[in-house]
Design a protein around this ligand. Sequence first.
Ligand code: SAM
Length: 341
Amino acid sequence: MTTSAPLLPPGLDQVANRIARMFKHRRKWARRSGVTCFRVYDRDIPDQPLVAEWYDGDAVVWAYDRARNETPEQETAWLAGVVAAAASGFGIPTDRVVLKGRRRQRDRHLAAEEREGEGQYQPLATDPAAGPAAGRKVVKTVLEHGLSFEVNLSDYLDTGLFLDHRELRARVRAEVAGKRLLNLFAYTGAFTVHARAGGAAATTTVDLSNTYLDWAGRNLALNGFQPGPFHTCIRADCLAWLAQAPPAGWDVIVCDPPTFSNSTAIRQSFSVERDHPGLVAQCCRCLAPGGTLWFSTNGRGFRLDAGAIPNDFTASDCTAATTSEDFRDRVPRRVWRFARA
Ligand SMILES: C[S@@+](CC[C@H](N)C(=O)[O-])C[C@H]1O[C@@H](n2cnc3c(N)ncnc32)[C@H](O)[C@@H]1O
């Protein structure tokens, strides 16, 4: 077992202290909420651009580029210090800290908030800069409001559960009883799991990736939910699929597209800024009377085009209402609720 370093360079000692303080505070809230994974540090100290999340005994730390001209040796030393600081803050050995991100591979610097489609979901386990946890496969089950989810901390840039969606998932779960849910860009199906726990009459889960759909199937099974005629997972390009989907077929739609995607599996590239009006229009067409569309994006500087709101719909900004305790300091995404006026 590797132990955490007691001596930390200036700046990283503050990171360790901040993590320790927030971890203690949020752990109590998480325990009360049936949650075992949560964010603890989010670029709180400007010179230490890190994001740290807790996954029930393991920590994941994303390291961003620092605006400095560091030598590779200085950078390596900083990353080693980051691991030590996180281990010290969380009170765990350094080999339980999974480090992601490296200056010389800029694509890996994109944090969860900036992911842009499947192209960025690259394996990281063999990255030698990943610290003492490098090479250790970390796949485990965590809890969110009492439901179980498989997370993979070692092999992808993201873990399989976007924690910033926790409150929106709870909201969907609370409003979906007896209704039909359409989960677009579903990733590992977390919205679908919550919808089934909330008593959804039918669920349709659509994603381009078989890897993520298989993962969604495992998440559903973990919670005792089986596929069936009313509960289907579909591998498709959401845009092409929506265009031929029946009108008024769903009561609740969750649409959380990537900021940008140019996967070879889709006909043309997707940009949320450019393409959201058409996407929202298609979603609204598929909503039954009285239905709700939850549209979410983490696109930086995204502006909802006024023309994207169909004439007979209203769109309310529900970002604050769907932001969880551990994301209040830095809201990574915007959320709108579309409903017929
Ligand atoms: C932003 S994540 C979605 C996160 C998910 N809504 C959640 O909260 O867990 C992006 C997902 O969109 C999928 N994706 C990207 N482009 C797609 C497309 N054109 N059609 C369907 N799925 C797509 C990716 O495979 C990935 O699973």
